[in-house]
Structure formats: C-alpha cells, structure tokens
Design a protein around this ligand. Sequence first.
Ligand code: ZN
Length: 123
Amino acid sequence: MGGYRRFWDPDAERFPVPTWPWKLAPAHLKTRDQLVAMGLRPHQPITGQVMWNNKKLGVRRAYLYDVALAGPPKPRSPAQIASLQAARRKRRTCPTCGEVRAYTLSTALKECTTCADGQAVAA
Ligand SMILES: [Zn+2]
C-alpha cells in the first residue's frame, strides 16, 4: 500500500488540515457526499481531508466534516427559491429566439435546438 504513509497526517504536520488516506479517516468524519447520503449537510468548516492517488487523475482529495456538527439541509427562503427558479428559467430561455424551452439549453450550443438546427441547415 504505497499511498498509505504519504497521506497519513492526522496531526496536520505536513498538510494544512488533518489528513488521512482514503477510507482510513475516523468514523465520525464524513465527506460531503457521505453526509448527503445520510440526509445531512455540513454546517461547519472542514475538519480534515482524505487523499488518495487516482491512476488517471493523480492525487485527489475530499474534505471531511464532523458528522456530529452536520444537520438536515437548511430550508430555503422564498427569496432563495425565487432566485433559483429565475436561474433555471434563464437556462431554458433561448437568447436567439427568446422562447422558454422545456429543457435546459446546451452550454455548447448556447441556444435552443430549433435555432441551432436552423443554423446547421443554413450553414
Ligand atoms: Zn431559439
């Protein structure tokens, strides 16, 4: 296990925060994804991190949060909901024809498929 010692630093002597190899972190520390899977969200700054070496992507890290300080997702205020809805609507509004589409516009096309198809035909 080559990466084991490299990422073993629970006292944060070499890394800026306490660090463990992947899967070797203390049980009460969870990644955000693990908290979300438990129906929780982190409500505090990171407590540490896990690091591992991915053959393709190189050194990867995930931040850890103390599960005792995590809680249920915070309810969204009406203003937050309204701005989320506006943002979603904007992502469905074609800047070329101005139509609000039922789907989110492709970030590659930057317009609705009808407009993009029209361009492709014209080209
Ligand atoms: Zn369009």
